[in-house]
Write a protein that binds this ligand. Structure first.
Ligand code: EPZ
Length: 422
């Protein structure tokens, strides 16, 4: 397994970085191509481990996937093995997205339960209840979900008790081929959902309510192969912009959508960063700024994203005074806290809330990435920790940040990837 060796910065991060396509939009759109019998295309696809894992799931199902440059060509005409195995689903939860399309198109499929992840249980009960609301019969045995349906799924109404990106993805896709109308209440409104809606409408799906929490779907018998570009990755953009503030530098992220990260920009502005915004770019300037401690609470979109909770915690650890960060989406997503404490951060966890007594000098130590966003947070902390920090298990970072070390080194870092022989 690879590790990073990261010396403390001699200068704050400074420069421009181009943002890649959004992993979490691509994963949903890839699953949507299973709704048709044909060849679909997706462009602006980042080269990430998660894309490879999802492609492996597609090959198990019998599809052909060709990836040239940043475009995926997905041929689903050979789909005949309607199963997503545990070995793949356990490494990437989004493989579970094949459930809705497969049962909608074929009337049956068998998909492994994802199991937990680095920070605890991640249920899929809403995915299953939503499919039952569309007439699917669901059996869970031996760690697998078996979904069955005589003929077509039937349009139905489903109310999500909590805002769930994945469950909205699965149920929305299934509803596009159901007979009759479906109404999804309290659907997720993350930008990745809008990207999926746009791609599905391009395939001939009849969906109303884009961008709202009520999605109305008129099912159709058949969809056509899709094509289209992915939206930029708001979490990658946010991670780099937080890096500008962590190092008291100045970074401009380009080829991104500023409206996707308004909650983050508000927090950065509140602490005293200078924010400049263009149509497709954002610059965060924290040079010579004395930043102020703040409180942050993660919420479903358009609130502060849980995926930026860890990088933001690193930033709060650099700011004199007591800051508070609460994760209301994943109340136990704090595996990065112990690693930050090893670098000298003064953080106290109380339930779903971290009390960060910032401003303590950080010093290097061997640490370990536990999930992709925690990994990014640890890289940012290592940049300002005195000495050289080594971070193991950086395969987590490879899952969600394209070309990460080259991008961050182009801003002035000297991150080195080495073999981890321990
Ligand atoms: C998506 O995960 C993202 N993954 C996650 O990003 C992100 O953290 C999360 O949404 C929240 O924004 C992808 O898009 C591939 P949820 P998902 O269903 O869909 C509860 C990353 O770093 N819930 O919106 O799994 C759940 O426990 C990844 O890129 C149920 O109770 O998240 C959580 O509290 C990590 N039952 C809340 O809903 C269910 O059936 C939100 O989860 C489903 C979810």
């Amino acid at each position: 397994m690879d590790r990073y060796l990261i010396p403390a910065l001699e200068q704050p991060l400074n420069g421009e970085v181009e943002i890649s396509g959004a992993k979490n939009a691509v994963l949903a759109i890839m699953a949507a191509t299973l709704l048709v019998d044909g060849v679909s295309e997706i462009s602006n696809v980042p080269h990430l481990k998660d894309m490879k894992t999802m492609s492996d799931v597609f090959r198990v199902i019998g599809c052909r996937i060709d990836g040239a440059a940043h475009t995926l060509r997905i041929d689903t005409r050979g789909a005949n093995h309607l199963e997503a195995p545990y070995e793949l689903v356990k490494t990437m939860r989004a493989s579970f997205y094949v459930l809705g399309p497969l049962v909608a198109r074929f009337g049956r499929c068998r998909v492994s339960l994802p199991g937990g992840c680095a920070w605890g249980p991640r249920p899929v009960d809403l995915h299953l209840k939503g499919l039952e609301a569309l007439g699917a019969t669901i059996n869970v045995t031996h760690g697998y979900v078996e979904a069955l349906c005589e003929g077509r799924l039937k349009g139905g109404t489903f109310h999500f008790p909590v805002s769930s990106v994945g469950a909205t993805v699965n149920i929305l896709m299934a509803a596009t081929l159901a007979s009759g109308k479906s109404v999804l209440h309290n659907a997720a409104i993350e930008p990745e959902i809008d990207a999926l809606v746009d791609y599905l409408i391009g395939m001939g799906a009849k969906i109303e309510g884009r961008g709202t929490r009520t999605l109305k779907v008129e099912g159709v018998e058949k969809l056509s192969p899709g094509s289209g570009a992915t939206i930029p990755d708001r979490i990658e953009a946010g991670s780099f912009l937080i890096g500008a503030a962590v190092t008291r530098g100045c970074i401009k992220t380009t080829n991104m959508d500023p409206t996707h990260i308004e909650a983050l920009l508000n927090s950065l502005r509140e602490m005293g960063c200078k924010i400049t915004i263009g149509d497709t770019w954002v610059e965060v300037d924290a040079r010579d700024k004395k930043l102020k401690p703040i409180s942050v609470k993660t919420l479903p979109h358009p609130g502060f994203p849980t995926d930026l909770q860890a990088p933001m915690m690193t930033l709060l650890a650099t700011i004199d005074g007591l800051s508070i960060i609460q994760d209301t989406v994943y109340t136990d997503r704090f595996t990065h806290v112990a690693e930050l404490q090893r670098l000298g951060a003064d953080i106290k966890l109380v339930g779903d809330t971290a009390h960060v007594q910032g401003g303590k000098p950080l010093s290097s130590a061997p640490i370990m990435a536990s999930d992709l966003r925690a990994g990014a947070a640890l890289v940012l902390a290592a940049l300002i920790a005195e000495g050289e920090t080594s971070i193991s298990r950086i395969y987590h970072i490879d899952r969600g940040y394209e070309d990460f070390e080259n991008k961050i080194n182009s801003l002035g870092a000297a991150v080195q990837r080495t073999q981890d022989n321990s």
